[in-house]
Write a protein that binds this ligand. Sequence first.
Ligand code: AMP
Length: 399
Amino acid sequence: MIPSLQQANLNGKTVLVRVDYNVPIDENGVITDDKRIRETLPTLEYLLSQNTKIVLMAHYGRPKGTKNLKYSLRFVAEYLPTLVKASVQFIDDCIGEEVQKTIQSAELGTIFLLENVRFYQKEEINDNEFSKQLAANGDVFVNDAFGAAHRAHSSTTGIAAFFPTEKYAGLLMEKELRILKSVTEQPQKPFVAIIGGSKISGKIDVIENLMNVCDTIIIGGGMMFTFLRTFGHSTGTSLVEEDKIELAKELINKAKEKGIQLLLPFDVRTSPEFSNAFEPNVVDCCEIPENQMGLDIGPKSEQQFSEAISNAGTILWNGPMGVFEFSNYEHGTKAIASAIVTATSKGAISVIGGGDSAAAIHQFGMEKGVTHVSTGGGATLEYLEGKTLPGVNALLLSN
Ligand code: AMP
C-alpha cells in the first residue's frame, strides 16, 4: 500500500519532492507546454498549506552525467513563481553540505528547485550512495514524477529506501495511477483503444495486454503498414517492419479468437517522400503506389474510426494516426482527436496516454475536451503493458 500524502504529519518538515519538469521548449528556450509543471501545483499548494519547506528535485534532458548548463533547470525556477505564490529559489547543485545549509537556513513556505539530478552519472545507475546524498536534503520523500516512474534511478527509486516510513505518492502521481487503474480494470464499456505512432515494435505488449480488457482496437500511424502487409498489400515506401509482419498476423488472429474488433485503415494519405512539401494523395490501402509512402490515414478511415469512437464508454489513445508534425499530414490525427472530444462530451471517459498523442492534442488545442491527458509517455506505456513501475514500487511500505 502507498500511504496517502494527506494522512502525513508534515508540519514544520522539509519535504523532498521528485517532480517531472522535463518540459518542451522552443528555439528561444521558451516553454511551449507547461502542463507537467502545472500538474504539480496541487501537490505544491497542499504542502505549502501544511507549513513545510519544499525541495524539488528533477531531471532535464539527457546531459549524460556531466554538468552541461544547456540542461540546467534554472529556467524552470524562474518560471515557477508565475504559477505559485511562494518564494522560489534555485540551487545550482542537488547534493552536498552547501545545498543542505541553504535549505536549512530558509523559512518555512520556501520552495527550492535543485539543479538537474542527471548532471551526476550516478543518478541513472541508481547508485546507493548518490540516493543517500539526495535523501539528506529532506525529512520526507514525495514522488510526484509519474512521467519518470518507469525509471529505476536514484531520485525516483533508490532514494525511497532512505525514508522507510516517510515516503508518499504526490497528488499528481496518485491521480495518474487512479485513472489508469480504473480505465484498465473497470472500464465503462465498450472500451475502444486507439494505437498509433511510428512502429509496432514499441507497442506489441501494449496491444496484447489491452486485448484482455478492450472491445475494439484501432490501429493507425506508421505501424498500420506492417499490419497491411499481412494481407499481401503493397505498401510502397511506407514504414514497414519486415521482421514484425508475422507478429502482426498473430495479433490479428489473437483479436479474432478473443472476439475483439481490430480496425485497420481503409485508405491513406501518401507523399513521394518523408516531408511536408507535397499535397497529400488519397488512395485505398490496397492501391498504394510503389513510389509513395503513407504518412496519414485517409478520410474513409477517419469516418470509420470516428464511428467506433462515438459508441465508446471508455477511450484510450496512444500514438498519432500520422505524421501530425507535418501540417499536410495532421488531418487524420486531428479527426480522431475531434471524435474523442465529441464522445467525451456525450459521457465517455477518455484518457490520452502521454507522449506524442498528448503533444498532438495540445497542438490542436483540444486538451480541455478530454477526461485526462497523462504527463507520462513511457510510464503510461509500461503501465499499459502490465509492468510494475519501479518508482511506484519503491513507495510501497514494507511491513
Ligand atoms: P511513437 O513514439 O512510436 O508513438 O511514434 C510517434 C511518431 O510516429 C510521431 O512523431 C509521428 O510523426 C510518427 N508517425 C506517425 N505516423 C507515421 C507514418 N505513417 N510514417 C512515419 N512516421 C509516422
